[in-house]
Design a protein around this ligand. Structure first.
Ligand code: ADE
Ligand code: ZN
Length: 326
């Protein structure tokens, strides 16, 4: 089979990866031991066995519990370094990494430990692996906008270390417009803007992410197809969608990979990309997402090329880097 080899070997970018979602059960147990943190599961196997999700919230509950072992700058470095080595092995040339500072600062972890640890791994990836890695700070939408504003203020002394801001966590009941002020402030600061929208939430959340938050990319966005006017808008303005096929199946957004709408998104002229979301929880890193999705859907080498090109074009890298990669 030539297609699987092509998918694995082709250069690509990853634009939707939550670094806390790359924390493998083995590393969770290692960090728990190192830091003296008690876990609710007796073993790696027992923890992994709990990875059976019915929706986004059922995943988030266990994802935040897993992140509780992260305390020191070295912990954040080690987690990100493990992901970046994996990315390099999968021919990822560029990655834009989400992190959730509120998950850590709420437990008393200093903002500096989070950002310095991640940044040290990102810089090391550039030097030692030839992978360019950037950070995007995400606000937790189940918390208040005031909490997000305070988090932004705490991160501002470290502004040079991250390129953008995003919005993640529980989507339903927490529409984009709840975060209008903090996104306006991020925009003034010159941060690149993204938001999760249309994963579980309705097309209206995608409209408001664009019109109110003024984001440049939509994370997931798979529910846009229910709204033809929205599809037209996304296509005309070349708004990229960072699609995460294995995630969508694990969180029951689609019953099975064969029912995923990635092919329809591409046919509609949308700038869709393939990403892993939370690879330690959803059954695979980036290449596994490409391999399984192409095995389940009628996609060919032309689609593979389009998706890889889209991943570079949709990235926040500068034009010179894009020109080298594409
Ligand atoms: N945080 C980590 N993964 C997420 C997802 N798929 N949706 C929303 N928030 C998340
Ligand atoms: Zn996500």
């Amino acid at each position: 089979e030539r297609l699987p080899a092509l998918l694995a070997a082709m250069p690509k970018a990853e634009l939707h990866i939550h670094i806390e979602g790359s924390l493998e059960p083995e590393l969770i147990f290692e960090l728990a031991k190192r830091n003296g943190v008690a876990l609710a599961y007796p073993s790696v196997e027992a923890l992994r066995a709990a990875y059976a999700f019915t929706d986004l919230q059922s995943f988030l509950d266990i994802y935040y519990a897993g992140a509780s072992v992260l305390l020191t700058e070295d912990d954040f470095h080690d987690m990100a370094w493990a992901y970046l080595r994996r990315a390099a092995a999968e021919n990822v040339l560029h990655t834009e990494i989400f992190f959730d500072p509120q998950t850590h600062t709420a437990r008393g972890v200093p903002m500096e430990a989070v950002i310095h640890g991640l940044k040290r791994a990102a810089d090391r990836a550039g030097a030692e692996l030839g992978v360019s890695a950037q950070l995007i700070l995400c606000f937790l939408r189940h918390l208040s906008e005031d909490d997000a504003l305070q988090t932004l203020e705490q991160a501002l002394p470290l502004r040079e270390h991250f390129i953008g801001a995003g919005l993640d966590s529980s989507e339903r009941g927490h529409p984009p417009e709840k975060f209008a002020r903090v996104f306006a402030r991020c925009r003034e600061l010159g941060l690149r803007l993204v938001a999760h929208a249309g994963e579980e939430g309705p097309p209206e959340y995608i409209w408001n992410a664009l019109d109110v938050l003024k984001v440049e990319r939509i994370d997931h966005g798979v529910r846009c197809l229910g709204d033809p006017a929205l599809v037209q808008r996304l296509a005309r303005e070349h708004i990229p969608l960072t699609v995460c096929p294995l995630s969508n199946v694990k969180l029951c957004v689609f019953d099975q990979l064969g029912a995923h709408n990635l092919g329809e998104l591409l046919s509609a002229g949308l700038a869709a990309t393939v990403n892993s979301d939370d690879p330690a929880y959803f059954g695979g890193y980036l290449n596994q997402n490409y391999l399984e999705t192409f095995a389940a859907l009628p996609l060919d080498a032309g689609h593979a090329y389009t998706l890889a090109r889209n991943s570079f074009e949709a990235s926040f890298a500068d034009q010179a880097d894009k020109a080298r990669w594409i």
